[in-house]
Design a protein around this ligand. Structure first.
Ligand SMILES: NC(=O)c1ccc[n+]([C@@H]2O[C@H](COP(=O)([O-])OP(=O)(O)OC[C@H]3O[C@@H](n4cnc5c(N)ncnc54)[C@H](OP(=O)(O)O)[C@@H]3O)[C@@H](O)[C@H]2O)c1
Length: 323
């Protein structure tokens, strides 16, 4: 699979090595809004083709799939162009700024027979797959509660986080992980409460969100770009719990506690190796889906992307006092 990377910023630098390290994947090209940036990135990462025009890369016969690593608000347009050009797409999170746009992109990908995958690497991480296995095996009983958080004090120089035009704020950037975890474990959201701080320009600084789920479960999630929140989560079930060790998006460990009170719970720790920077399992999943002719991957299907975005939209409206 010959991949073209769109964008030459922070995340592209982090994922390029993992893309290349994934068996069956080749990094064939990079596209930037500026030829000089594309040339520099290609030289630094030994990529054969550098495009100063994204469209030229998308129309190129040298690329089969694209990885989109640009700011949130540009995702939909680039993903749509790529799908229309017949390319498979892995696009950074969040896939879109609205659930409607994400749903439309999913339909478009289905219609064109190409993969569309939001870059939710957490769902492909070995620890998360193991978590679902433990839950499916009934070890912790029925999952009822999730608590998760992720946040750090983002410096002002990291412009993307502070710019409303680029989808700035904590919720869509970091909250997306906690909300995805909650939906992954508890299913469909039927109630939302949110408190937090939003700047006058609409950028959300921090929030505490409570979700209620169709099956009666609940989640409490925190996110921030002004304070540090340990990147962790836990799941409470009717027979036990799973504590996801740091870091939430690619946990290195799990602590499973199972017991029947008043006896103390039996505790088991499991550790996980991270492949590369942690993105290899996701790219391997993309390759698996493409090989099978799937337009979405069952570990992170379009419906989950849409559900999480629907939840973030509602939380954002509540935070802005419009919900
Ligand atoms: N999965 C993860 O672990 C992870 C971590 C960090 C970020 N992300 C996601 O990756 C995305 C990019 O984040 P980042 O931190 O890499 O951002 P960034 O460094 O600010 O920007 C990425 C690149 O996108 C291009 N770009 C900038 N503005 C653009 C625009 N308006 N339209 C099109 N392209 C534009 C630029 O490349 P050119 O100048 O070459 O065009 C820029 O270098 C975000 O959606 C974020 O959520 C994911």
């Amino acid at each position: 699979m010959r991949w073209g990377i769109v964008g030459t910023g922070g995340i592209a630098r982090r994922t390029v090595g993992d893309l290349r390290a994934t068996a069956g994947c080749e990094v064939a090209a990079v596209a930037s809004r500026a030829q000089a940036n594309a040339d520099a990135f290609a030289a630094e990462h030994a990529i054969p083709r550098a495009f100063g025009d994204r469209d030229a890369m998308l129309q190129s016969g040298e690329v089969d799939a694209v990885y989109i690593g640009t700011p949130h608000t540009s995702h939909v347009e680039i993903a749509r162009e790529a799908i229309l050009a017949g390319k498979h797409v892995v696009c950074e999170k969040p896939l879109a700024m609205t659930s409607g746009e994400a749903a439309e992109l999913g339909e478009l990908a289905r219609g064109h027979g190409v993969l569309l995958l939001e870059g939710m690497w957490m769902s492909f991480s070995p620890a998360m797959r193991r978590t679902l296995q433990i839950i499916d095996a009934g070890e912790i009983g029925a999952p009822r509660l999730v608590q998760a958080g992720l946040g750090f004090a983002v410096p002002q120089e990291a412009r993307r986080y502070w710019d409303p035009e680029l989808g700035g704020g904590a919720l869509f950037d970091m909250g997306v992980y906690s909300i995805t975890l909650a939906c992954l474990v508890l299913g469909k959201v039927v109630g939302i409460e949110a408190v937090g701080h939003v700047q006058d320009d609409g950028v959300d600084l921090e929030s505490a969100i409570t979700l209620r789920f169709e099956d009666g479960g609940a989640a409490q999630l925190m996110t921030s770009i002004v304070s540090f929140i340990p990147p962790r989560g836990w799941i409470g079930g009717t027979k036990g719990s799973i504590d996801l060790g740091e870091r939430l998006f690619s946990p290195a460990s799990l602590r499973v506690a199972v017991g029947r009170p008043p006896a103390p719970p039996e505790i088991r720790d499991e550790a996980f190796e991270q492949e590369g920077a942690g993105y290899v399992p996701m790219f391997r999943g993309a390759l698996e889906a493409i090989g099978n002719g799937w337009t979405e991957h069952p570990l992170h299907p379009h419906a989950r992307t849409v559900e999480v975005l629907r939840t973030m939209e509602s939380a954002q409206a509540l935070l802005r006092g419009a919900g």
